[in-house]
Write a protein that binds this ligand. Structure first.
Ligand SMILES: Nc1nc2c(ncn2[C@@H]2O[C@H](COP(=O)(O)OP(=O)(O)OP(=O)(O)O)[C@@H](O)[C@H]2O)c(=O)[nH]1
Ligand SMILES: [Mg+2]
Ligand SMILES: [Zn+2]
Length: 294
């Protein structure tokens, strides 16, 4: 048997998994019993045939993003992400519920979150400016960029330089435009992956990890726009609102739902203006949308 080597999963191809190892890319098959290998995974692999490998082990992950799939199961979207960059814009109309949802997931999954305000060349609604100030006060970094005018991209590159990031956000906010601006030779790289693994086309649905010319990695995954509430429990959703965290222990009841419960410290803080009311109201909305355990 060939020796085990360490590698990084950079893409899912039709016929296998592209693993980068020692500067080369090898097409690998996961061992049958292995849980689903995903982009960003560090793996141990070995040669099984010339130019072909077999993934023997997934090394421990520091984070994992998943999305809902059939039968109440979840599928991995990407592993070992350091920061989720939540992209939004004045147009399409900004969905703050969705933004809060992404932030809540990151808060629970050991992933940093930052906001990317794209299309700054357009006039924003006042509501957007107000909410931005709220997120900034909560400690979230905000990158103000314009993909089409190439404004603010250097700061974004700098932030990505020492880590693995992923862009997410509703359709039409400019994720693809930003990805193309950050990875100018994206198509070339995609073709290179297919060519070096000598197998099959790289479908547009495949999640792919790109090394940025200025350092760091960006995972481009068409699936990330829909990772939903990612199986968060009601308690995790509350924890996902970071301004609630110091308050939760001060609610009278341990199982406080932070809705109409007596002596709820979270609701009281929102009513007294100590935490943002708009965020609290969105928490209630998201909570309402959650599937109930019956
Ligand atoms: N004015 C302006 N338009 C932009 C900017 N960035 C992207 N757009 C436009 O917004 C539209 C959507 O951009 P995409 O990059 O396709 O958006 P996306 O987030 O990838 O959308 P999905 O793939 O559907 O999730 C396109 O028409 C872009 O030209 C920007 O900075 N300013
Ligand atoms: Mg896109
Ligand atoms: Zn409470």
């Amino acid at each position: 048997m060939s020796p085990l080597q360490e590698g990084l999963v950079i893409a899912h191809l039709g016929q296998g998994i592209a693993v980068e190892s020692d500067g080369k890319t090898v097409l690998c098959q996961p061992k049958r019993k292995l849980e689903t290998v995903t982009v960003g995974d560090n793996v141990l692999w070995q040669l099984s045939a010339p130019d072909q490998g077999s993934i023997e082990e997934i090394l421990p992950r520091r984070s994992l993003l998943t999305r809902p799939s059939r039968n109440d199961k979840v599928r991995p979207v990407a592993a070992n992400i350091d920061t989720v960059f939540v992209v939004f814009a004045p147009e399409p109309y900004c969905d703050f519920l969705l933004i809060d949802q992404y932030l809540a997931i990151c808060e629970n999954r050991n992933i940093d979150a930052a906001l990317v305000y794209n299309k700054t060349d357009l006039n924003p609604q006042t509501a957007l400016i107000d909410e931005l100030a709220i997120y900034e006060n909560l400690g979230y970094s905000i990158f103000r960029v314009s993909a089409t005018h190439r404004h603010g991209l250097d700061q974004l590159k700098l932030a990505l330089a020492h880590q693995t990031g992923i862009l997410t956000g509703q359709s039409g906010v400019g994720k693809s435009s930003l990805t193309n601006a950050l990875i100018p030779d994206k198509d070339l790289k995609t073709n290179t992956i297919s060519a070096t693994t000598k197998h099959g086309r790289h479908t547009t649905t495949a999640a792919t990890l790109y090394h940025l010319p200025s350092g760091g990695n960006l995972i481009d995954s068409p699936g990330v726009a829909i990772f939903g509430l990612d199986g968060l429990s009601e308690a995790q959703l509350a924890y996902g609102y970071r301004e609630f965290q110091p308050l939760i222990d001060h609610c009278r009841f341990k199982n406080c739902r932070h809705v109409n419960d007596k002596d709820c410290a979270v609701r009281a803080a929102a009513e007294q203006g100590n935490i943002p009311m708009s965020r609290y109201q969105r928490f209630l909305k998201l909570r309402d949308k959650m599937p109930r355990a019956s």
